[in-house]
Design a protein around this ligand. Structure first.
Ligand code: CA
Length: 442
């Protein structure tokens, strides 16, 4: 579900926490703070064509928060005209908006900028908990026939589908209990990305008009991510499918529809059936960490020729020698290293966070007893707080390394500045923000 076109990354990322190495998919976007969701994932990177806002936007304050220039009722009246112009029937609109009021909790969630970030190792502990692994294994068995048919139709591996299912909604158990119409109306009225919210709201009304769900049952997260797949409405309209053939695309209550919809999305994101997501590697002494920026793609064989090796006892997945891979260091040079392939990038399209994609990838392997890492996370190196990230950006820029706008989001510019500062100090230039670097700049 992620969202956005402006400098902010996908919606789920705004509540982000841990800054990670940017991957290619991230770099292709205007911003990309490749960060970790602190709370349950918001709908992800499901990309949408954000068109110009339908209504005239209210002025923005310095922190990007819209200052409404009209009452909610006035906004609703104006938006109704726009929705009808977009083809929504009056009765559909009026039923959807019956008794809809502003949701203050959505405004609060939209504006929250967490001070502290969750380390990736803690995030992964939750993502790949033994309970989740066991439940996923049970569901792989329970839905074996359906998954076979979905694999045949979409060419997406079942373990990945069940892993996404687990990560997005704990296999349907946590879908969000907010009215999607109310949440999106609130965000369209006074959120940080009103144009995006309006697009989603129109898409949500189209779903209602299509008869897939009723307004009362159209529930989701505060950001409008819906159902077991946590699709935002535009992604729903482009990728949700009615797999059981009952005439409705029911990603809320029908696991087959939800799994097939996820498969459809991953297929269109470039999934390659049977290929690995990637694998853990080790780097040689003196490795040039500038190569680990996510945009450097080489064949697995080329990486190996440069001294990248596999941990003891592991082997390269069969047939992957010539596949293109990028090097990922989610916690800097001291932590585990990975070569990530096309399927990892497909997962990033679902949610543009390398921690999320790693969670899905390792969880999918864990179902079969794999997915254990040999590298150690640098647990003595806690992520910088938001205040510290802003200070780091400010210090970097003051010392001649342009870190961009000091917003606390470690994006491509900041990572580049960090690498330059690290290189000047003869430190490994991995672009990873640490307390040590911050102290050296003070
Ligand atoms: Ca259905």
């Amino acid at each position: 579900m992620s969202l956005r076109r402006s400098r902010l990354c996908p919606l789920r990322q705004i509540i982000a926490a841990l800054s990670l190495i940017a991957l290619v998919a991230c770099a292709e976007k205007p911003t990309a703070a490749d960060t970790l969701p602190l709370t349950q994932p918001l709908p992800g990177s499901q990309q949408t064509k954000t068109v110009a806002p339908i209504t005239t936007l209210a002025p923005m304050s310095a922190d990007g928060i819209t200052v409404p220039s009209q009452t909610f009722a006035e906004w609703q009246s104006g938006f109704r005209a726009q929705a009808l112009q977009a083809g929504i029937r009056p009765d559909i609109f009026d039923r959807a908006f019956a008794n809809v009021t502003l949701d203050p909790s959505v405004v609060t969630a939209d504006r929250s900028q967490p001070e502290f970030s969750r380390p990736i190792w803690e995030y992964l502990d939750g993502a790949i908990s033994p309970t989740r692994v066991r439940r996923g294994q049970g569901l792989l068995s329970q839905y074996s026939d359906v998954l076979t048919r979905i694999e045949q139709r979409y060419g997406v591996d079942r373990q990945a589908l069940v892993a996404v299912w687990g990560m997005e909604s704990s296999f349907g158990q946590i879908q969000g209990d907010k009215s999607v119409i109310r949440s999106l109306a609130t965000l369209a009225y006074e959120g940080r990305r009103p144009g995006f919210a309006q697009d989603q709201l129109i898409a949500a009304l189209q779903i209602l008009q299509n008869g897939d769900i009723t307004p009362e049952l159209m529930l989701g997260s505060w950001a409008g991510a819906m159902g077991q797949t946590q699709f935002i409405p535009t992604t729903y309209n482009s990728h949700a499918v009615d797999f059981d053939g009952d005439g409705r695309r029911d990603i809320w209550n029908d696991a087959a529809d939800a799994l097939a919809s996820t498969a459809n999305y991953l297929q269109s994101s470039g999934w390659q059936k049977g290929q690995p997501w990637g694998f853990e590697v080790q780097l040689p002494q003196g490795f040039d960490y500038l190569l680990a920026d996510g945009s450097q793609r080489k064949s697995v064989a080329q990486w190996l020729a440069m001294g990248v090796s596999l941990p003891p006892g592991s082997v390269i997945p069969a047939g992957s020698d010539q596949l293109q891979a990028a090097l990922l260091l989610p916690a800097g040079y001291r932590g585990p290293a990975f070569l990530v392939l096309d399927n990892f990038r497909a997962i990033l399209k679902y949610n543009n966070s390398s921690a999320y994609a790693l969670g899905v990838s390792l969880l999918s392997q864990r179902f079969g007893g794999g997915g254990y890492l040999q590298g150690q996370w640098p647990k003595d190196d806690l992520p910088l707080s938001r205040t510290e990230r802003i200070e780091l950006q400010t210090l970097l820029t003051a010392k001649g390394y342009d870190a961009g706008n000091p917003d606390g989001i470690i994006g491509a510019n900041t990572r580049k500045a960090i690498r330059s500062a690290q290189a000047a100090q003869s430190l490994p230039a991995d672009g990873y923000p640490t307390h040590k670097l911050l102290e050296s700049l003070r």
